[in-house]
Design a protein around this ligand. Structure first.
Ligand code: CTP
Length: 405
């Protein structure tokens, strides 16, 4: 899939720079021609010679070290790139990209490039969470830069948390997905919900759930990669939103219902990946609740069932729901499919290791009115999204074909 593709790999200076060697090697093995640019700090962590040997091309570290007098290196590299990957991307290089600074070979090439950019951040957990870094990433995402989320775990600095460079295999998978994009959904509108709704108790407290939004965001990203016009209605999430989609932020189930209903009639495919609270406090207190007595009883009422409302309104839309279960998956999934008038239900047994809210993987079974459609092994959420979007596109196509004949 990567044969004939030129990938510029920008390596910046974090301890994860050593993983750039594995990434470079894997990309080269898949047929890509990899041109490496390293910052001075990256070259203190890993020798440029390593990346030169793995990529079989000279490694660029200095803007003024022009290796070929017939071209200007940073412009030439920028012009020939089909894709630029920055891995690892430090807080510093992300800031430079966000603000258009160009003071070394990597940042100068990035500024000169029109190719799509994939950024894999790696840094200390507090640096990653810093509002300046988050804001810079949002700025870049709004400009179309794609991010590969860092993993959580023990960081080289001794902290445990989010900031570890995504594994080279996951970065390669994202690259393959990028080059595998099609126009399968060109001209189609896809509406996706993501995250967990927040049901306010008072101005500073709310009820919510563990949903990270990763699955919904991955579906939105995959639909966009296949040419769809995508709107994501997202409640509370802890994953970075995808590039190239319209993001509508909501809090509660009621707000999500309103945002979705506004866009439902124009949508061709609707995927309800959000974890919608089933109940909300009857009263939202206007002021912060004061502590009183030994206990507190919160009275709750049912939220609107968004998927069921959509199912009742459905005309041409392909409606896809999710079902997170801990037992009798098929029974409950089929019940939800019929009750909510869905075309497909994506069900997962969240009691299984590797499925559900927190992780980057999922194990799903798909059901339609006739029963089990497919059962997929443990896959990254990205891959689940990719397969689901292809399946939805096929079904939509089949339906349109049947209507026309
Ligand atoms: N859903 C929704 N609105 C709600 C509750 C759920 O749109 N108020 C949607 C979810 O987005 C998901 C599907 O319905 O696509 C199934 O959600 P789930 O919570 O599993 O189903 P419930 O109907 O709430 O059933 P239960 O909690 O009893 O399993």
């Amino acid at each position: 899939m990567l044969k004939g593709k030129t990938i510029v790999l920008g390596v910046s200076g974090g301890i994860a720079a050593y993983k750039a060697a594995a990434l470079c090697s894997k990309l080269t093995q898949q047929g890509a021609s990899v041109r490496v640019i390293m910052t001075d700090s990256a070259a203190r962590f890993i020798a440029p010679l390593t990346l030169q040997v793995l990529s079989k091309h000279p490694v660029y570290t200095d803007t003024f070290d022009e290796k070929d007098p017939s071209v200007v290196a940073h412009i030439d590299l920028a012009d020939h790139a089909d894709l630029i990957i920055v891995a690892p991307a430090t807080a510093n290089v992300i800031a430079k990209m966000a603000h258009g600074l160009a003071d070394d070979m990597l940042s100068t090439t990035l500024l000169a490039a029109t190719a799509p950019v994939l950024v894999a951040p790696a840094m200390n957990v507090h640096m990653y969470a810093h509002p300046a870094v988050q804001h810079n990433m949002e700025l870049l995402a709004a400009r179309g830069v794609r991010f590969i989320e860092p993993g959580e775990g023990l960081l080289a600095c001794g902290y445990v948390g989010k900031g570890r460079l995504a594994e080279p295999e996951d970065i390669v998978e994202a690259v393959r997905q990028y080059f595998g994009r099609t126009e399968l959904l060109k001209g189609r509108r896809v509406l996706v919900t993501a995250g967990g709704t927040m049901e306010r108790i008072d101005p500073v407290r709310y009820l919510t759930n563990d949903s990270s939004g990763k699955m919904g965001f991955a579906i939105a990203a995959a639909a966009a990669e296949h040419g769809a016009e995508v709107v994501v209605v997202a409640a509370r999430t802890s994953a970075p939103p995808p590039a190239g989609v319209e993001l509508v932020r909501v809090e509660s189930a009621q707000q999500m219902l309103e945002a979705v209903l506004e866009r439902f009639d124009q949508s061709d495919i609707v995927v309800k990946a959000a974890a919608v609270a089933d109940y909300r406090p009857i009263h939202m207190h206007g002021e912060k609740l004061k502590k009183q007595g030994a206990g507190l009883v919160l009275e709750l009422e049912k939220t609107p069932d968004i998927l069921e409302t959509l199912g009742a309104r459905k005309r041409h839309q392909l409606l896809i729901g999710f079902a997170a279960e801990t037992s009798q998956v098929e029974h409950y999934a089929m019940d939800k499919l019929h009750r909510k008038n869905c075309d497909l239900i994506v069900a997962n047994d969240v009691s299984q290791e590797g499925a559900g809210f927190h992780g980057d993987t999922n194990i799903v079974q798909l059901f339609d009115a006739a029963g089990l459609v497919d059962a997929w092994p443990m896959l990254s959420k990205r891959e689940v999204a990719e397969r689901l979007v292809r399946l939805a596109a096929e079904r939509l196509q089949r339906r349109l074909g049947a209507e026309q004949s």
